[in-house]
Design a protein around this ligand. Structure first.
Ligand code: NAG
Ligand code: NAG
Ligand code: NAG
Ligand code: NAG
Ligand code: NAG
Ligand code: NAG
Ligand code: NAG
Length: 308
């Protein structure tokens, strides 16, 4: 009976994760420091030009690479950024709430990756961790800025890593993404060096250095049915049925939550679209495209929590 409350707890946790307001959130301490140094490279910046901010970093950050790019948000939405170091941002990304200009900070953590973003035991980085983080770009002397929310369009951001280390054969490398809400998720690598994402965050390619234990095949095979085992079968069937009932109960809870969640999101989206529509109406005449923030991004799956 201890299991049910803990399952409920998981559901509640899930619901708080999935339903969180995708608004601006406070930058983690490293991102906050890097934002400050990246902005120092933007002296009378030309929009759309990538500025090398590595030179701004103090010597105790040697090994880390930093760039800054200031954009008009309309330009991001209409054209994307075809070539921002390893990142390729398609058109269609919109920032919420609306800001006139935003700054995209690029980070290559180099040999600092493992220090700032430790991995689960037995996982190894095959590439440096690359960060792409958006901020309000109105005030270039601002510090302590929150992350600025970007909502994806139809196409994902592509991350094409330059030097991916080789790995033992037979092990499948994975893309890892540490999102801005503190969780991490895995996805497949394509073409040996490419990851895709609908959100900002920090990205790399990892391998699990020891192969995972053999799956289901090693489970004990149930004994052949006989008279004496009929009772056992009865017990098993009984407990499966009971388990099934619990599962049904939990599933209906989940369904209820999903419905509730969808509704909340819909309201949030409507509110957001409303805000956005208003601002866009003021700034760009004749914009007929409804800038609804479609939440098509995949929700974070909880592989493990990133503790800064
Ligand atoms: C940035 O500047 C540093 C120091 O001048 C240089 O070593 C580095 O290659 C530059 N990075 C880029 C991406 O241009
Ligand atoms: C480098 O020094 C700055 C300022 O003293 C500090 O904020 C930062 O955490 C240091 N960086 C590292 C990697 O320790
Ligand atoms: C990364 O390498 C630089 C030298 O290239 C070194 O100064 C720095 O301490 C290294 N960082 C870590 C975390 O080992
Ligand atoms: C990591 O690998 C070592 C040896 O290869 C193994 O003993 C250990 O159980 C593994 N740890 C995890 C968490 O998989
Ligand atoms: C962006 O920054 C400017 C200047 O600090 C501020 O006036 C504006 O309210 C900010 N916008 C948002 C959406 O936070
Ligand atoms: C940033 O915020 C923290 C607390 O959130 C504060 O202690 C710190 O002084 C702030 N730094 C700057 C430069 O405003
Ligand atoms: C990822 O790769 C594995 C193995 O090739 C495959 O089974 C799985 O369907 C892929 N997942 C996605 C989302 O493409």
């Amino acid at each position: 009976m201890m299991r049910i409350p803990s399952l409920l707890l998981v559901l509640i946790l899930l619901s708080s994760l999935g339903c969180q307001v995708m608004g601006d959130s406070k930058a983690n301490p490293l991102d906050a420091i890097l934002q400050e140094y990246a902005y120092k490279a933007l002296v009378k910046p030309i929009t759309g030009t990538i500025y090398n901010a590595t030179t701004q970093l103090p010597s105790n950050f040697t090994g880390l690479t930093l760039s800054a790019l200031r954009l008009r948000s309309g330009s991001l939405r209409r054209y994307g950024v075809p070539n921002y170091n390893e990142f390729q941002i398609p058109k269609g990304f919109i920032e919420t709430p609306y800001v006139k200009r935003l700054v995209l900070v690029y980070q290559n953590l180099g040999n600092w990756s493992i220090k700032y973003y430790p991995l689960l035991p037995n996982y190894t980085y095959l590439a440096p961790l690359l960060g792409l983080v958006a901020y309000n770009g109105s005030d270039l002397s601002a510090t302590n800025l929150s992350y600025h929310n970007l909502n994806g369009g139809a196409d994902p951001i592509i991350v094409r890593f330059h030097d991916v280390k080789s790995h033992p054969p037979g092990i499948l490398p994975k893309c890892v993404c540490f999102d801005l809400f503190g969780s991490s998720h895995f996805s497949n690598v394509t073409g040996g060096n490419t990851c895709s994402t609908f959100q900002q965050g920090h990205f790399s390619i990892v391998v699990q250095s020891t192969p995972p234990p053999p799956a289901i095949s090693s489970l004990p095979i149930p004994p052949k049915e006989s008279k004496s085992s009929n009772k056992k079968v009865g017990i098993i069937v009984g407990s499966v049925l009971a388990g099934g009932l619990v599962l049904v109960a939990l599933s209906s809870l989940l369904v209820l939550w999903v419905l509730n969640c969808k509704q909340t999101k819909k309201i949030q989206e409507m509110e957001r679209a409303g805000d956005l529509g208003e601002v866009l109406h003021m700034t760009s005449v004749g914009n007929t495209k409804a800038p609804a923030a479609s939440l098509t991004r995949t929700l974070p799956t909880i592989e493990h929590e990133y503790a800064p």
